[in-house]
Structures are given as structure tokens and as C-alpha cells.
Design a protein around this ligand. Structure first.
Ligand code: GN1
Ligand code: MG
Length: 365
């Protein structure tokens, strides 16, 4: 069956009976495939839904994943009955997914909105920081034991380094000799990059419910005024550390260039963007943070950047099995860009720490 028919069948499975008009492929994320499926209501008004084919290579337990999402979205919806929140549709037997062969489908409402892959408007950045901070606070009273760890050890940086070592040892597609420099840098910062993981294992950083993929393009903004409306992509909602969400957001939003920019010498941390995001995020979270969380927040940006670099590089060495790639070198380009960013963050760590402390003091007033 072709995709045109398949998407219709999926929507019918989620009890959408409107007149089918067609679909568009949406560029969203590096892992799942996303489509906007368009219908007409009986009175002729257009109505669209977002249909996703979940990548079951990345998500080995998609049913557990949807169970997490269902619980978390319902928790937030119950708190905010009159606000726009994320909602997944159900089949007649109350499932939020349809499995057919290797495909795993789900559907949400389509929310007209704007998203950003890169932002220079500091107001927008601040709003995004607030949105992710608010997301954590909405889930502060959610019992983490109700969540399945859908990607085990997702932000276990030690484990990510082990995986990289394994990929180096296997050298499946003969690429190791061409990336010695990248390997050497990453291995040289291993201990520093594992700070959060080590502290967590010693019980010195609290586990919270975290989003774990806080790229700014996972916030939907209202087109008129760029107010943040909702946080999307809850695939990786799991127990995690506050620094995982803060660090990943900065890694993405505060970089001068996009995460896969080939001109990686231009990569670096924009401290104005860093400050704006920190202001928004900490205005929501500072009062609940431990001293250790505050002290490691700036460092978490470096940690998440290096961690992702190890993942991109390992995938490059494995032959590009995990991340969607647009060219043979895409994962290598991503790796280099993350390494350049990490190096720049090391240079600016004192300033980043100072900004965090300033924002925390401001939020405590
Ligand atoms: C993946 O597919 P997307 O864009 O939501 C990845 C994140 C990475 C990100 C890098 C489940 O996210 O961890 O930070 O790519 N998600 C998963 O762009 O591995
Ligand atoms: Mg994601």
C-alpha cells in the first residue's frame, strides 16, 4: 500500500471520518517520520492531524513509550483544563497507537504554530526557557516510578562513552582511521563529561521527570506574538536530571550555528542566548533546585554537548543506523559541530556559571 493510502488508513483507525485531502511530509526531528494529514470537515473547513511513524530501532519499547506519554499528558491536562495541551488520539479500543508490521503509528492534533531551529530573538528564547521550566514544574509532583525507562541509560554519559569505545573497536565500516582527532578529543574529556552521571550515581543529584530532548524546535509558539504554547516530542520523557533538560536546550539554542553546520569553526556558545534561556528556565525552577543542581547547571551544557558528540560519532562508525542522515558524512559533520561547541563552552564556563548564579539570585527575590 502506498503512503497516501496508508496514512488514510491510520487516520480511519483513530476514528477520523472526514473527507481526505492528502498529506505533507513534515521535517521534524532526526528519528521519527512525521506527516501532516489534511481533511475537510463537512462544512468545508480544513482540519489537519499529525501522524507519526515511530522509529522502533531507536525506541525498542514503543508501547512503554506511549504509556509514558499518555500518563504525562493526562497529568498536565488535568492541571490545565482550560489550556492548550498535547493530546494523543485513541483507537476504538483506547490505544494511542496502531501497529502494522514494522510500523508503529500515532496521531495528535495539528496545532497551527511557528517553530524555530535557530533563534536570535531573546524574547522567544526566554519564552522557550520558561516553557521547559514550566514543563518540569508541572511534573514535579508526578511519581517517577510510574514511568518506564524507554531508552535505558539514555543520558548515562559513561555508557555513551562505552558505546563509542565499542564502535571504535568494531570499526564496522572502516571509518575509524579518518576520525582519530575527534576520538582523541572526546576521550580526553570523558571524566569531565561524566560529572552528572557520576554525581547522580552517588545520589548527589535528584532524579526528576525530565523531557530529555529540549531542543527549541520542540516548543510550539503562537504565530501572533511568539508566546510559547506547548512543549512537544515527549518520546524521551523519563526520570532524569534537571541539567539534562537545561544543557540540551542550550546546546541547541545557544549555538551560533545549527547542530549540523559544516562550518563548524563558527560554532560556539552565544552568551546572550544562554542568559535569556537561563532567565526563563530558572524563573520557573530556581526555588526547587538544590545547591548541587545550581552549581552543575552550566557544566551540564558541556556534558550534553559532548554526550551527543559521542552518539553522533558512534553512529557514524556504526554506518549511520540510528540518526536519519542526509549525506554520508552527516553524522561526522554533526560530531565536529558539537565538538567545536563543547570546546567553546569550556572557554566560557566561568561566565556561564556567573550567569546561572545571577539568574538564580534574581528568581529568589
Ligand atoms: C534526536 O529525533 P529528535 O530530533 O527528536 C535524539 C536526541 C538528540 C537529537 C539531536 C530519541 O531527537 O536525543 O539530541 O536527535 N532523540 C533520540 O538532534 O535519540
Ligand atoms: Mg525527540
Amino acid at each position: 500500500m502506498d503512503l497516501y493510502q496508508k496514512l488514510l488508513e491510520v487516520c480511519r483507525g483513530f476514528r477520523i471520518d472526514y473527507e481526505y485531502v492528502g498529506f505533507e511530509t513534515i521535517q521534524m526531528g532526526n528519528v521519527n517520520h512525521t506527516y501532516k494529514v489534511n481533511f475537510l470537515l463537512p462544512d468545508g473547513t480544513p482540519k489537519s492531524f499529525l501522524v507519526q511513524n515511530v522509529n522502533t530501532y531507536a525506541f525498542r519499547n514503543p508501547v512503554g513509550l506511549m504509556d509514558n506519554i499518555d500518563k504525562v499528558t493526562e497529568h498536565i491536562r488535568a492541571k490545565k483544563p482550560n489550556q492548550l495541551t498535547l493530546h494523543f488520539h485513541h483507537t476504538p479500543d483506547r490505544k494511542t497507537y496502531i501497529v502494522d508490521g514494522d510500523n508503529f503509528w500515532r496521531m495528535t492534533n495539528y496545532v497551527p504554530s511557528v517553530t524555530f531551529n535557530s533563534v536570535t530573538d531573546l524574547n522567544v528564547v526566554r519564552n522557550a526557557g520558561k516553557a521547559f521550566g514550566e514543563f518540569q514544574m508541572d511534573l514535579a509532583d508526578f511519581d517517577i516510578t510510574r514511568l518506564t525507562e524507554t531508552i535505558p541509560a539514555f543520558h548515562n554519559t559513561r555508557k555513551r562513552f562505552e558505546n563509542l569505545r565499542q564502535s571504535i573497536a568494531q570499526d564496522r565500516v572502516g571509518r575509524v582511521s579518518s576520525v582519530r582527532e575527534e576520538i582523541d578529543y572526546l576521550l580526553s574529556v570523558e571524566d569531565l563529561a561524566c560529572t552528572l552521571t557520576d554525581l547522580q550515581q552517588k545520589g548527589e543529584l535528584p532524579l526528576r521527570v525530565t523531557h530529555n530532548d529540549t531542543k527549541i524546535n520542540n516548543v510550539l509558539f503562537r504565530p501572533e506574538d511568539c508566546a510559547a504554547m506547548i512543549v512537544i516530542d515527549l518520546d524521551t520523557v523519563m526520570p532524569g536530571l534537571m541539567g539534562h533538560d537545561f544543557g540540551d536546550a542550550i546546546r541547541f539554542a545557544a549555538n551560533y550555528v545549527e547542530e549540523d553546520c559544516p562550518a563548524f569553526e563558527k560554532a560556539g556558545v552565544n552568551l546572550d542566548v544562554f542568559r535569556a534561556f537561563a532567565e526563563g528556565f530558572l524563573s520557573m525552577t530556581a526555588k526547587t533546585m538544590s545547591r548541587k543542581e545550581v552549581e552543575t547547571l552550566a557544566l551540564s551544557c558541556f556534558v550534553l554537548t559532548v554526550e551527543l558528540a559521542t552518539r553522533f560519532l558512534a553512529d557514524y562508525l556504526d554506518g549511520d543506523l540510528y540518526f536519519k542522515t542526509k549525506s554520508a558524512e552527516h553524522n561526522l559533520v554533526r560530531t565536529r559541530c558539537q565538538i567545536a561547541l563543547a570546546k567553546d563552552m569550556q572557554k566560557h564556563m566561568d561566565e556561564m556559571n556567573q550567569i546561572v548564579f545571577d539568574c538564580v539570585s534574581e528568581a529568589m527575590k
